[in-house]
Design a protein around this ligand. Structure first.
Ligand SMILES: NC(=O)c1ccc[n+]([C@@H]2O[C@H](COP(=O)([O-])OP(=O)(O)OC[C@H]3O[C@@H](n4cnc5c(N)ncnc54)[C@H](O)[C@@H]3O)[C@@H](O)[C@H]2O)c1
Ligand SMILES: [Fe+2]
Length: 384
């Protein structure tokens, strides 16, 4: 028997059109004046306009700010907060992908606590509770609508390390597939691959629990099967809804279990080489999965059984082996680049990535199977 705890602190609203309930829900929460941070990619999206209109219709005072940053830096956050000098709000609305949601969550900390943005890096002790955040994800996704993390890059050291606080769960999340139906293919794939990394790494993580695994398993089933379908049917609301739900469940699993080597290596690949976060993690996922399988990890069989159309009668060992092939097949189908050279990394950059093994060793050690620096070197060279 293992002892564990499990936490979700976000009121979820899920379904086609739920974003139009934003105003009603804010009114129930008793907020009179709110600010919305809206990502530039969805600034004129009809469903977002409806959601914002519902806030005005509910008689709530609303100010709108545009996010123009992809994967924001601390200096962007520091500059962005200047828009809010001398203003007070009862709550914030974040509308966008992980970038805009994290920006809103970072801002929520800064608007109630004094200090430079960078001084909150890591797990800060907050003197005041952050402003409450309502999150409307427009990608599916990072799961930021249900996590307490807000990721930012420090530009000088080129390091991604966010502002993380158990006091900073969004109070509400509005997951509306009418928003993601017209997501372009590259955004759909990158965000979907990110969610897949979250679900697989939380599933195998040394700290997984029976409850976190329930979330990882269902997230995997929804993500794997629907990411294949969405390529052919990008406007299908049901499929988009399944992916968005999968991404949400993966986010819950991630914060209650943890991430591993693919997530860890995605950080330098994103911060130094500007590879979009989802693509960055997906670069390493098949190799890490295959190392685990080769070294005898057996728990992938339960995930294999959840892939539509597989033969469930084969042996446990065969299922694990075939699972590695299935992950590779998904990456190939989604056309996720599987070479570092695709992003113009040369031999010196590959050496840099190998060196990151030492920097990231605590996160790599969360993998259930040991991964040595020699194995990292082989993995990176194979991806060169
Ligand atoms: N807080 C967390 O728990 C958490 C977890 C994982 C990742 N992240 C962070 O999230 C960021 C990545 O977020 P992301 O993958 O959602 O991408 P993103 O927010 O950076 O958006 C990617 C691009 O898609 C556009 N876009 C967003 N929604 C759209 C839509 N519906 N239609 C058309 N275009 C749209 C954006 O304008 C942007 O150009 C990274 O910084 C990553 O580190 C955070
Ligand atoms: Fe991620």
């Amino acid at each position: 028997m293992i002892n564990f705890d499990f936490r979700i602190s976000t009121h979820l609203h899920y379904g086609a059109g739920v974003s139009e309930k934003l105003g009603e829900e804010i009114k129930k929460l008793g907020y009179a004046r709110v600010a919305a941070v809206v990502d530039q990619g969805v600034f004129n999206h009809p469903q977002i306009l409806k959601a914002l209109d519902s806030v005005k219709q509910a008689g709530i005072e609303l100010e709108i700010f545009k996010n123009t940053a992809m994967e924001p830096t601390y200096s962007y956050l520091e500059n962005f907060r200047k828009n809010f000098t001398g203003k007070t709000y009862d709550g914030l609305i974040g509308i966008g992908g992980g970038s805009a949601l994290d920006l809103t969550k970072g801002l929520a900390v800064l608007l109630t606590n004094e200090g430079e943005a960078l001084s909150f890096r890591g797990f800060p002790q907050l003197k005041q509770k952050p402003l409450p955040v309502l999150a409307v994800p427009t990608t599916a996704g990072t799961g930021s609508e249900v996590t307490f993390n807000a990721v930012f890059t420090e530009e000088k050291e080129k390091k991604k390390l966010g502002i993380n606080s158990w006091a900073n769960f969004p109070v509400g999340a509005f997951i509306d597939p009418l928003i993601t139906v017209n997501c372009p293919k590259n955004v759909t794939v990158s965000a979907g691959a990110d969610a897949l990394v979250h679900t697989l790494e939380s599933y195998v993580h040394k700290n997984h629990t029976p409850v976190s695994r329930m979330y990882s398993l269902r997230a995997f089933q929804l993500l794997y099967n629907n990411l294949i379908k969405v390529l052919k049917e990008p406007a299908d609301v049901e499929i988009r809804g399944n992916i968005a739900l999968g991404a949400y469940l993966a986010g819950v699993a991630l914060i209650n279990s943890g991430s591993g080597p693919s997530g860890a290596f995605s950080y330098p690949l994103g911060a130094v080489y500007k590879v979009p976060h989802g693509y960055a993690g997906a670069m390493f996922l098949p190799s890490i999965t295959n190392i685990n399988i080769r070294k005898g990890y057996q728990d992938y069989a339960a995930l294999y059984d959840l892939i539509e159309g597989v033969d469930a009668s084969i042996s446990l060992k065969e299922k694990n082996i075939k699972f590695g092939d299935k992950i590779q097949l998904l990456m190939d189908t989604l056309e996720v680049p599987q070479k570092l050279s695709h992003y113009k990394l040369g031999p010196a950059d590959v050496d840099f990535m190998i060196g990151q093994h030492d920097v990231l060793k605590a996160a790599i050690a969360q993998n259930p199977i040991e991964i040595t620096k020699e194995e990292t070197a082989v993995l990176m060279k194979n991806l060169a």
